[in-house]
Ligand binder design. Structure first.
Ligand SMILES: *Cc1c(COP(=O)(O)O)cnc(C)c1O
Length: 363
């Protein structure tokens, strides 16, 4: 890392990318594979870009084991726009949907959906400031709900679902923005998975939607064309200009993941990284993790000292020492170390060493 004077970046998003991918992008920047142009400059209808987007999809399908009856869409608008696209497309019969509220993102999604239908909160951990993830199953659901909605990993509160809720025949929709590609996923258990790229995939600008094909084609006729999944599916994500450069970098991340052992190897590394950090925090007399042990995120590790001034000092001193973006979300304070796929294990080791030093100096 020192070669470029890079810091250890614990940002929750946009976040660190694998160095070999950045180097590859740098090498390709001015003349992408003999095209004489950068990817930023070429037509999205060119043979070069067609190959880029097709390979990105094929590699993602291979990495995640996405079944043939699912479509992969590359769209814009971020995770936030999916908060609208999901209800606009999937409230197709009863106009009812059941939402589990496990953090601010889930709450925002719920509020957006409530503009379009009869949306029910079926589970929530808000009373406890979202420090755990509720268990629910078919019994809690309305049998005629059009879909059920969860947030797989709660980026701000540092929690995650450690199980896939059983929703029977009701399609399960999940916001996987901050955990996609961090561990294997049984795609067939979901009706729709979406993820903004800038946490665990690539640069901001592209959002990935993985949707079971029988759920496509139900948008209300007043739905803006861009927000209709069918438009994107029928046009192979080329209804309009896609975010070409972001798709390209995401594709390079997929290739890098494939070349380094795929998602299983990535999961093992992520489990090791998270275990080291949580074990250290749990054993420490200065730091505490407020999250219930069984629901702790592998990607976003939230911790506090219990003293807001000391937390601020920690974040500032960490920054001086080359560990950046360790402040908790502006709504919760404290600290948060986002240790996405691209955070090397040495980064976590170095952070723990810094935390030990800070602890010794502040006994
Ligand atoms: C970051 C994030 C979002 C919002 O994504 P944008 O791309 O900024 O719209 C939504 N959900 C989750 C879980 C996130 O982490």
């Amino acid at each position: 890392m020192s070669e470029y004077n890079r810091v250890y970046n614990f940002s929750a998003g946009p976040s660190v990318l694998p160095l070999p991918v950045l180097e590859k992008v740098k090498d390709d920047l001015l003349n992408y594979q003999g095209s004489g142009q950068s990817v930023m400059e070429m037509s999205h209808r060119s043979v070069y870009f067609k190959k880029i987007i097709e390979e990105a999809e094929a590699d993602l399908r291979e990495l995640m084991g996405i079944p043939d009856n699912y479509r992969v869409l590359f769209v814009q608008g971020g995770g936030i726009m999916q908060f609208s696209m999901v209800p606009l497309n999937l409230l197709r019969n009863s106009k009812k949907a059941d939402y589990a509220i496990t953090g601010s993102w889930a709450k925002k999604a719920y509020k957006e959906a409530a503009k379009y239908g009869d949306i029910k909160v079926i589970a929530s951990s808000e009373e406890d400031n979202f420090t755990w993830v509720p268990k629910f199953g078919r019994e809690q659901l309305r049998p005629d709900a059009d879909y059920v909605y969860i947030t797989s990993n709660n980026t701000i509160y540092g929690t995650r679902y450690n199980y896939v809720p059983d929703t029977g025949d009701i399609p399960l929709v999940t916001d996987m923005s901050s955990s996609i590609l961090s561990e294997p996923v049984e795609v067939e258990k979901y009706g729709l998975i979406f993820a903004g790229a800038q946490k665990n995939i690539g640069p901001a600008g592209v959002t990935i939607v993985i949707i079971r094909d029988d759920l496509i084609g139900f948008a209300d006729e007043k739905t803006p064309s861009y927000l209709d999944y069918k438009i994107h599916a029928d046009n192979e994500s080329m209804y309009n200009t896609p975010p070409c450069f972001a798709v390209y970098v995401a594709g390079e991340v997929f290739k890098h993941l494939k070349a380094t052992g795929g998602i299983k190897a990535m999961q093992e590394k992520n489990l090791r990284k998270a275990a080291k950090l949580y074990d250290y925090i749990d054993a420490s007399s200065l730091y505490k993790c407020p999250v219930a042990k069984e629901d702790r995120s592998l990607m976003n590790v939230v911790f506090v000292t219990g003293n807001a001034d000391l937390d601020k000092r920690f974040v500032a001193e960490a920054k001086e020492a080359g560990f950046v973006n360790l402040g908790g979300h502006r709504s919760v304070g404290g600290m948060r170390a986002s240790i996405y796929n691209a955070m090397p294990e040495e980064g976590v080791d170095a952070l723990i060493a810094f935390m030990q030093k800070f602890e010794a100096a502040n006994k």
